[in-house]
Design a protein around this ligand. Structure first.
Ligand code: GKR
Ligand code: MG
Length: 458
């Protein structure tokens, strides 16, 4: 009797929420992938400096669109790299005809074809250069976008439901040369106003960094601040942190990220000096062992997106005690569900969890917001490069930040739709700019001939 009742209410629910076509399809099999579009794009990016050199005038991204037999489209965005695009391209035959609900099967098929990335494949750069994690992420997010549309649920609900209505982000400051990137390169759009004008200014000393922080926080309402370090000799970067503290006061948490360029001694010396000012110190040194030594010497928590970047590295991270906070990134941890698994591991081992970013557009931001909304706890505002980008490829236009936070989309799936005209234009940028993968060292050499990346500099 109970069984019959629940059967009847299930049928009523399905009749109310699904079209006839979807009911027929669901009663047979899940929605199957019929079309796959892989579109590399080049996004205007200002001349930002980091440990590996200089951002090119365009940041590369790849947009994946999967379309089901009944025309439901799911999208995702990952960092652009011609090798990852080629691997995605060669997974076409595997993905075609797959039921988007069967994410475990899809993952298994991809592993069978590509194997698994090793930790060493990540590389020494501040960003991750692995292949498979990016492919997992691209395919999973696009499938989940479709699953959300079919079930009329936002992705956050597929991750276990919303723990907050808006997701807080931190201001992400960069030392930079003057200019806006893209066609303007190091040039200037004299018509620009507000943050669009401020983001063109150079910032090469503590005063420039404070001015950048004020302009960014005023426009986006950010309530915590991260400085990308590893660019100048540490004294200058520590002075920038002290200047930020003076300008913003103790209520605005500060972080600095030298991307592992400091020696253990440098990190301990300047880490101690910055103890009164920092919320956390991100990747001061290279490798879990060195991080563990610095962590023992400082009261400030250490965060990482460089020394513990895969599930394989968790056991040694715990044994050594290499960091307090892991900066997850669904593009690098193999998707949104894997990032939820990471959240569970962090909570078990009393690690904090926050989020890392790279130059990105709104499809990635939407995915980050759904994930951020589902995380059981949020002790730190997440990273985003979004204010540095001006292009967009979603029909709703650029996301808005209120008091530094983004509202969690409530529409089904990611809650954003592809702007095909904008996608076409940014793909044309990609074809015209000739970049095939990120190489900040080469960009830096265009300004400082002979400049070389060093894995540890100071
Ligand atoms: O965009 O230059 C940059 C950053 O250095 C980025 O590539 C890093 O991956 O933001 C990142 C970080 O926190 O290390
Ligand atoms: Mg970092």
């Amino acid at each position: 009797m109970i069984k019959n009742n629940s059967l009847r209410s299930n049928s009523l629910y399905i009749a109310k929420h699904f079209t006839l076509q979807q009911i027929v399809m669901l009663s047979k099999k899940g929605p199957r992938i019929r079309e796959i579009y892989i579109t590399p794009i080049a996004v205007t990016d200002p001349p930002l400096l980091n440990a590996a050199g200089l951002h090119a005038p365009y940041a590369l991204r790849t947009v994946l669109e999967l379309v089901t037999e009944d025309g439901i489209s799911g999208i995702s965005e990952i960092p652009g790299n011609a090798d990852v695009d080629a691997a995605l391209e060669s997974s076409r035959d595997l993905l075609m005809g797959q039921d988007v609900f069967q994410l475990n099967t899809i993952r298994r098929l991809l592993i069978e074809r590509f194997g698994t990335d090793s930790s060493a494949d990540r590389g020494l750069a501040p960003w991750d250069q692995r292949k498979l994690v990016h492919i997992f992420s691209a395919v999973e997010v696009a499938c989940m976008d479709i699953i959300g549309k079919v079930t009329h649920k936002p992705i956050v609900d597929l991750l276990g439901g919303k723990m907050r209505d808006a997701v807080p982000f931190s201001a992400y400051l960069f030392y930079k040369y003057a200019g806006a990137g893209g066609e303007l390169g190091f040039g200037k759009d004299e018509q620009a106003t507000g943050w669009a004008a401020a983001r063109q200014e150079s910032a090469l000393d503590p005063e420039g960094i404070v001015a950048q922080a004020k302009a960014m926080c005023e426009s986006f309402g950010f309530q915590s601040i991260k400085l990308k370090g590893g660019v100048f000799e540490p004294r200058q970067e520590v002075d920038a942190i002290i200047a930020l503290h003076k300008a913003f006061g103790a209520d605005v948490p500060l972080r600095i990220d030298p991307n592992a360029l400091w020696t253990v001694d440098t990190a301990i010396l300047y880490g101690k000096e910055m103890e009164p000012y920092l919320e956390y110190l991100e990747d001061p040194v290279r490798g879990q062992e060195n991080m563990a030594i610095v962590r023992k010497a400082l009261k400030t928590p250490l965060a990482t997106n460089m020394c513990t970047t895969s599930f394989d590295e968790i056991p040694s991270s715990i044994t050594l005690g290499s960091e307090d906070i892991i900066l997850s990134d669904h593009h690098f941890w193999g998707g949104l569900r894997a990032s939820m698994t990471l959240a569970g591991i962090c909570s078990t081992f009393k690690r904090g969890l926050s989020m890392h970013s790279n130059s990105h557009l709104g499809i990635s931001l939407a995915a980050m917001v759904h994930l951020g909304a589902a995380l059981p706890s949020m002790d730190y505002a997440l990273d985003t490069h979004y204010p540095w980008q001006s292009d967009e490829i979603i029909t709703q236009g650029r996301f808005r930040f209120e008091d530094g936070a983004v509202q969690v989309p409530s529409e089904p799936g990611l809650g954003v739709e592809l702007d095909r005209q904008a996608l076409k234009k940014l793909h044309e940028n990609y074809l015209a700019c000739g970049l095939k993968k990120r190489d900040d060292e080469i960009e830096m050499q265009k300004v400082i001939p002979g400049w070389k990346f060093k894995s540890v500099r100071w």
